[in-house]
Design a binder for this molecule. Sequence first.
Ligand code: ATP
Ligand code: MG
Length: 441
Amino acid sequence: MSKERNTASPRPEKLLAVKGMNDILPPESARWEWLEAKVHELMARYAYRSIRTPIVEPTPLFVRSLGEVTDIVEKEMYSFEDRLNAELLTLRPEATAGVVRAVVEHSMLYDGGKRLYYMGPMFRHERPQRGRYRQFHQVGAEALGFPGAEVDAELILLAHALWRELGLQDVRLEINSLGEPHERRAHRAALIAHLERHIDALDEEARRRLHSNPLRILDTKNPAMQAIVEAAPRLLDFLGDASRAHFDAVQSILSANGVAWTVNPRLVRGMDYYNLTVFEFVTDRLGSQGTICGGGRYDYLVEQVGGKAAPAVGWALGIERVLELLGEQDRAPPGLVPDAYAIIPCVAVLPLAMRTIERLRQQGVSVQMHAAPAGGEGMGSMKSQFKKADASGALYALVFGEEESSRGMVTVKSLRDGVGAQVERPLDTIAQWSGTLQSAC
Ligand code: ATP
Ligand code: MG
């Protein structure tokens, strides 16, 4: 360190999080855990089992599975070379590719289909804005090894059930069928011919994708191109009997369950791996980041990743968008509060107080312990401790006063009854309480 810096002693520059990557602080973190707990519980009811795959995967996995001419692979991946062995690695932009890799690597389909789910962070280099971040989080469900429309429908019903469990409103379901590769090829030729007739009206990106990935042009958000894509040949009109029957079967099951949907013939999704059923749950309340969940069938991906061919279908939802929408609708769950706040007037009683608090915690009572504040002396005034106790939301204060402690007692004071009723309890027996403090008062 230079002498000059020492004498001037400037404060070191603040280090900030990477742009578009957020800290999730309390009490917001409690909402996340509430949502995650609902997901675990619901997945169990549908007999989906959790899978945890690495956050870093070999880059070729994503290039091969998502497709080279996709937004993600073209411009959104955080890729780097491993400094030690020069391997090309990528922070996962989505988790389906990794799940499929793991399923193949561990021969998980040897004894039949598997239903899996995951949750965790994903990384995409996008322009950060409301509902669009560079580190964001997804919950995803994947069913591998099942060819039937009943599993597409089950997955849609599962997502639908999750909205119900969370109390999420104003979400609508859009579905489409992308058919099979040979149907797509026929449509593709017709689509290119149509777009070529309007070449002058295509934006730069559309022109670039005209021959590499024309289907994605249908997904354009450019208002100037809406009329052209509206008039484009519809993939639905190119479906053969089998694809048509699969799509119809999904819809019959949704109808039987009272789930409403609209068919959106322009719904194509961002990855190349989809076929047959695709779907999105969308809301109008989050501006242009209105898709909260998307998915579909990807029957060719397992083979593409090097496994024995197996059908598959899945979806992923964006946790940030779901929580944002829940916030809009004021459905936020209450923050966590401790059962009791331990007030410790002087340092001398700390060992005794903490022994008691520990025993309470072992009994399942949550206790927030007062700790000496920075920059003050001792434990802080009683007044400031009670202020903290009040702010914690705890129902009770446990006051470990020196005098009552010397008599083997602690004062239990109600913080929420409006009058502050209090009783003294023996330190020895307080830790015997089971259940809530309420029963002890
Ligand atoms: P969009 O069209 O909004 O870019 P997408 O088609 O790229 O979405 P998917 O790859 O299907 O999204 O991911 C599934 C879900 O993950 C999306 O519906 C969305 O809720 C969420 N998601 C995707 N990208 C982001 C992001 N950058 N920030 C926050 N959530 C995201
Ligand atoms: Mg995207």
